[in-house]
Design a protein around this ligand. Structure first.
Ligand code: SF4
Length: 338
């Protein structure tokens, strides 16, 4: 078993079950996440018998980088190989506040959003928590950087791999280890309403982002198959419920696609739906995907859309195109290397 799959509490329970003292879990945790050792033999303070037991029962699995692409804007995309030869990718963003990692949660994705490269291929399997943790540790080692924030919006739908993602959040937030601040973690969903409600009850301070990408039911069904199961207005109602319950702001992700969802009527419909709600709109230029007949909105259209929302008092930002030259669309690098 990959030791990165364990939460701190699970590691402590395991050590107690083999008659070890509780403080050993802190020692091991610090070796793994602070000193970032890659073999149990480097955990010299544990003593030979415990090291041998750990070696017999666990592995320390870093991921193997197969390809690294760096764009002129600083965005870095890494293609990783997993132990079973499957491939995933993650993206390192160099923001003003430090490095941020976009983490994948599944190999492929069953949600089938038409604008997304990952959605063109079915899910092969869920990632284990440790494989998500390893994306951070491996990227830090590979690029010699420190990652201080995580967005869970790479390949896969996080709420379709709920428990592993929840454990991943607990592991990376643990104060004795990577200590990534809970408010520096964002989880993004395409809108699985029952899981949004379940996540609300977890009472975590994690940021929630909803991939909305449409201002009406018909357009959302065209872009995102999930809308057939969880229709647009039901999703809006669940966002309101989440806002009421958590009192936390929700991010609305909105990819601007030429003449599909970027018209002035769309902006006005969004204003009607979201005015006076504690949401923040993140407008994202569409990154073209090979074989998909969708196109990015023009710069003028993007700016006009932004201006309309802003003028109506909506909290909105517009992202600059990122990683345009490095297969920027989610999952595109993996698909080209299948
Ligand atoms: S956008 Fe997200 S949920 Fe939709 S197909 Fe792509 S990875 Fe899956």
């Amino acid at each position: 078993m990959n030791i990165f799959d364990l939460t701190f509490e699970q590691l402590t329970d395991y050590l107690l079950s083999i008659q070890q003292k509780k403080y050993r879990s802190t020692q091991i945790w610090e070796f793994l996440y602070r000193h970032r050792v890659q073999s149990f033999s480097e955990m010299y303070t544990l003593g030979a018998p415990l090291i041998a037991t750990l070696e017999a029962n666990f592995t320390i699995d870093y991921l193997q980088p197969l390809k690294t692409l760096t764009d002129s804007d600083g965005t870095i995309k890494i293609l990783y190989q997993l132990n079973d030869q499957q491939k995933i990718e993650c993206v390192v963003l160099n923001n003003a506040y430090g490095y941020s990692l976009c983490v994948s949660t599944q190999v492929g994705c069953n949600m089938g959003c038409i604008f997304c490269a990952s959605g063109q291929h079915k899910k092969i399997r869920d990632l284990q928590s440790g494989e998500m943790v390893s994306q951070i540790l491996s990227s830090q080692k590979h690029l010699n950087i420190d990652i201080r924030s995580v967005v869970i919006m790479g390949i896969g739908e996080p709420f379709d791999n709920y428990q592993n993602v929840l454990n991943f959040i607990k592991i990376i937030n643990q104060p004795k280890g990577l200590e990534i601040g809970i408010r520096h973690i964002t989880i993004s969903t395409c809108g699985i309403i029952p899981k949004i409600k379940q996540f609300m009850q977890e009472n975590l301070q994690v940021n929630l982002a909803i991939s909305l990408h449409a201002s009406d039911d018909k357009t959302r069904t065209y872009l995102m198959k999930i809308n057939q199961a969880y229709p647009f207005l039901d999703l809006i109602a669940s966002i309101k419920e989440y806002l009421d319950f958590t009192k936390r702001r929700v991010t609305i992700e909105y990819i601007l696609i030429d003449h599909v969802n970027d018209q002035e009527e769309d902006a006005h419909r969004l204003i009607n739906l979201f005015k006076n709600l504690n949401v923040y709109f993140n407008l994202i230029p569409y990154n073209p995907v090979t074989g998909v007949n969708l196109h990015p909105s023009t710069r003028e259209t993007r700016q006009n859309f932004f201006n309309i929302l802003k003028k109506a008092g909506i909290d909105v930002t517009i992202r600059n195109p990122q990683g345009e030259n490095i297969e920027a669309a989610c999952g595109q690098l993996r698909i080209k290397n299948l």
